[in-house]
Ligand binder design. Structure first.
Ligand code: PRP
Ligand code: URA
Length: 215
């Protein structure tokens, strides 16, 4: 991972396997089933890196030879929070890494003309203030949805927050970092810009529609 520009807390993935999988996502001929699988795999690869600072605790284990204290993830303290709908596609990849994590949900949809996010659902695992929180959404476009989701989490007491996306527009990264400089942002690939409909170029199109086959 490399730092994005001079922004502290913003990291961009460079691993060739991840870049390869993101390129497959972009292809308009990649169907729903393959798209979903790729999002799942990408999320797992991203989660592996983004969680490299997860706290460990020493646990007593009996090997065939002796009893020892050995480090294990203090996994019950993790919360994964997808931004609906498209973020749902990233949950299972990260849960595969930390199966004991709790999962919250934030429902936001972008107004098609103003591009402003609207909240329709929010349910977070308790006690949210004690958890490392991983917010996931494949797309960071204008940044509005991620900013609002993290606002909601902070209002409910969330503190240690990471945001993982697969593709981001430069404007979205800068806005999110400015609104929440304490949040660690992990980006699979930084794309060129937004089009007049606030879609990322070259992007993948509508991630929710491609994951759920709704187009
Ligand atoms: C998409 C995407 C993000 C948001 C990004 O969701 O999954 O949540 O747009 O755009 P922004 O950075 O400009 O806010 P959308 O609102 O299309 O909802 P969906 O996932 O239900 O399709
Ligand atoms: N939401 C998407 O699904 N894709 C984009 O390019 C922008 C927002």
């Amino acid at each position: 991972m490399v730092k994005y520009k001079d922004l502290d807390n913003v990291s961009v993935f460079e691993h060739p396997l991840l870049q390869h999988k993101i390129s497959l996502l972009r292809d308009k001929n990649t169907g729903t089933n393959e798209f979903r699988k790729l999002v799942d795999e990408i999320a797992m690869l991203q989660g592996f890196e983004a969680l490299s600072d997860l706290p460990l605790e020493d646990v007593e284990v009996e090997t065939p030879l002796e009893v020892c204290k050995t480090p294990m993830i203090a996994g019950r303290k993790l919360a994964i929070i997808p931004i609906l709908r498209a973020g749902l596609g990233m949950v299972s990849g990260i849960l595969a890494l930390v199966p004991t994590a709790k999962v919250g949900h934030i429902g936001l949809y972008r107004d098609e003309t103003t591009f402003e996010p609207h909240e329709y659902y929010c349910k977070l695992p308790k006690p949210i203030e004690q958890r490392t929180i991983v917010v996931v959404d494949p797309m960071l476009a204008t940044g509005g949805s991620a900013i609002d989701a993290i606002d909601l989490i902070k209002k409910r007491g969330g503190k240690k927050i990471k945001f993982i996306c697969i593709i981001a527009a430069p404007v979205g990264i800068e806005k999110l970092h400015k609104a929440h400089p304490d949040v660690q942002i992990y980006v699979g690939h930084v794309d060129r810009c937004l089009n007049d409909n606030a879609y990322i170029l070259p992007g993948v199109g509508d991630a929710g529609d491609r994951i759920f086959g709704t187009k």
